[in-house]
Design a protein around this ligand. Structure first.
Ligand code: PLP
Length: 409
């Protein structure tokens, strides 16, 4: 491979996404990762960045976590992708592990390759199980760019591809009145991110999730929770929904499940619906879904993230970040800063989009990589690596502090 950074950028612009290169050039935030390790990404030019976005949770455990790498390395001596037609030991034991972490009965697991694919399956399943067609999701929520996931998402991603599908309704998050008005005897499922990330790390208010659960029960509608970002310890509990004392009928897992090493996702559903696939187990197929190498990575991820010490570290770090960030906001009122989110799934809200964009650029120049929420650009998505030390947290906070000072000056 040609080692030159400029050549890599040119080839990317020529063959992959010219528009992305234009965008990064325009804002002078070009990052071409080469070496990566723990909470750091190193650009080809040698500059070092704290990864404080983690690609929405893919790098929850940091880059190239040694235990995940080791599990995959060892696995490669024996395994490969596997064959979806056959019984598989890694698939079986990962499924058992996932089931043991879920509320009782949520123990049926179908693997996928992407979050969108796993959402598609959740929607398909809800329709197959209930015999109904309608799906309610949230305005500004995000579930991926595949067929049904896209149909449940924003018009921006859907309409130019002529993917408007009948039966899909999007309503505002946290709006119980709209939910009551929209749900009906034709609603197969309500699909929600536990914490909608693209919407700006909004948290459920006034027992919203409990009320939605109850309403779903009254209408015999399934509740699907998308934990593609909130899962695997990001919020301080293994699954984000645990903190809201509800049990969904289906949970969709992705991103962090891969350990950042091998793509794998899952749709987990309740055993009371297991009969659905009994009749025709080949009604849904994914050749690469639940690749055996991916299962080994995910088993390691689950082993790590389900430890009490791991989760209490996330909670401690969250308290620490929250405390210091609140103080920063108070010290610089002109920035209109507010903190959103749960655990280490944080949103840094500024008074407007321009302030947030300048902040992203300043942080980038000082070696902290973050992005804004696609549907609320005044909110920076702040998802540090969950395993960082307090010293690393301090270094990130010092950089944040200097950027707050510069912005407020
Ligand atoms: C909450 C949520 N759901 C689903 C997806 C789709 O995942 P993927 O990009 O793996 O298809 C994403 C991706 O960003 C996401 O954030």
């Amino acid at each position: 491979m040609d080692e030159n950074r400029d050549n890599a950028i040119e080839a990317y612009a020529r063959h992959i996404y010219p528009g992305k290169v234009d965008f990064y050039r325009k804002y002078d935030i070009m990052l071409v990762p080469e070496k990566r390790s723990g909470c750091f990404i190193y650009d080809m030019d040698g500059r070092k960045y704290y990864n404080c976005h983690c690609n929405g949770g893919v790098f929850n455990l940091g880059h190239r976590h040694p235990e995940v790498i080791e599990a995959v390395r060892e696995g490669l001596d024996l395994y490969d992708i596997g064959n979806h037609h056959l019984v598989s030991k890694p698939k079986a034991f990962l499924g058992k592990m996932i089931a043991e972490t879920m509320p009782s009965g949520l123990n049926q697991v179908v693997y996928g390759v992407s979050g969108g694919e796993a959402i598609d399956l959740a929607i398909k399943l809800s329709r197959g199980i209930t015999g109904r067609s309608d799906i309610i999701s949230v305005l500004g929520g995000y579930h991926g760019h595949t067929g049904l996931a896209m149909a449940a998402g924003d018009a921006r991603f859907r309409d130019q591809f002529k993917s408007q599908s009948p039966g899909f309704a999007q309503i505002p998050y946290n709006d119980m009145e709209m939910m009551e008005q929209t749900i009906s005897g034709e609603t197969a499922a309500v699909l929600l991110e536990t914490i909608p990330a693209t919407l700006g790390m909004v948290t459920p208010q006034d027992d919203y999730l409990k009320k939605v659960r109850k309403l779903c029960d009254e209408h015999e509608t399934l509740l699907i929770l998308d934990e593609v970002q909130a899962g695997f310890g990001r919020t301080g509990t293994l699954w984000g929904f645990e903190q809201y004392e509800i049990e969904p009928d289906m949970v969709v897992l992705g991103k962090g499940m891969s350990g950042g090493i091998y793509p794998i996702t899952a749709t987990v559903y309740h055993e009371k619906y297991a009969g659905f696939f009994k009749e025709d187990p080949f009604v849904h197929i994914s050749t690469f879904g639940g690749s055996e190498i991916g299962c080994l990575a995910a088993m390691e991820v689950l082993k790590i993230t389900n430890q009490t010490t791991f989760l209490s570290h996330v909670i401690d770090l969250s308290r620490y970040f929250r405390g210091r960030l609140h103080k920063l906001g108070e010290a610089h009122p002109s920035l209109g800063f507010k903190l959103r989110g749960l655990g280490l799934m944080l949103g840094l809200e500024f008074k407007d989009e321009t302030t947030a964009l300048f902040m992203i650029k300043l942080l980038f120049d000082k070696g902290v990589y973050v992005v804004y929420s696609g549907n609320d650009p005044k909110v920076i998505q702040f998802l540090p690596v969950l395993t960082i030390t307090l010293e690393e947290a301090d270094q990130i906070l010092e950089i944040l502090e200097s950027c707050f000072q510069l912005m407020a000056a």
